[in-house]
Ligand binder design. Structure first.
Ligand SMILES: [Zn+2]
Length: 125
């Protein structure tokens, strides 16, 4: 029993360390210098609207505006670290730059808001 508790404690400490390392790397990659360097090393990739990381260095967060189509303006990390106003701004700038036949800007921003509110509800769980 005692060994099992020690083992459990060990894995819990190990888990905390891994989480801290991951958090550190998430922040480190998104410093202006490092994200700029990664952009330079990965030309040809689109980038996150907030942190500027190229898409091969982070996971994108897709917002679906209909059953089959979706677009992304930020990475997963930045989605969860942005306000609704910031996100609407990023999606508006993407919408203006690209041509979307299947959606209006109004519909897209409503989908962003809906997804954002769902995220907020999930974070209370
Ligand atoms: Zn980002």
């Amino acid at each position: 029993m005692k060994n099992r508790n020690i083992e459990r404690k060990y894995y819990s400490v190990r888990y905390d360390i891994l989480c801290k390392q991951e958090k550190f790397m998430d922040n480190f990659k998104r410093t202006k210098f490092v994200s700029g360097l990664l952009r330079f090393m990965n030309p040809g990739y689109g980038t996150c609207k907030k942190c500027g990381l190229p898409w091969n260095q982070c996971k994108e967060k897709t917002v679906h505006y209909d059953e089959y189509n979706g677009i992304f303006a930020t990475c997963d990390y930045c989605w969860y670290h942005s306000t609704l106003d910031e996100l609407k701004e990023y999606y508006t700038s993407i919408y203006i730059r690209q041509t979307f036949k299947n959606t209006t800007l109004k519909n897209l921003l409503e989908c962003v808001e809906k997804e954002y509110n769902e995220k907020k509800m999930n974070s209370y769980e």
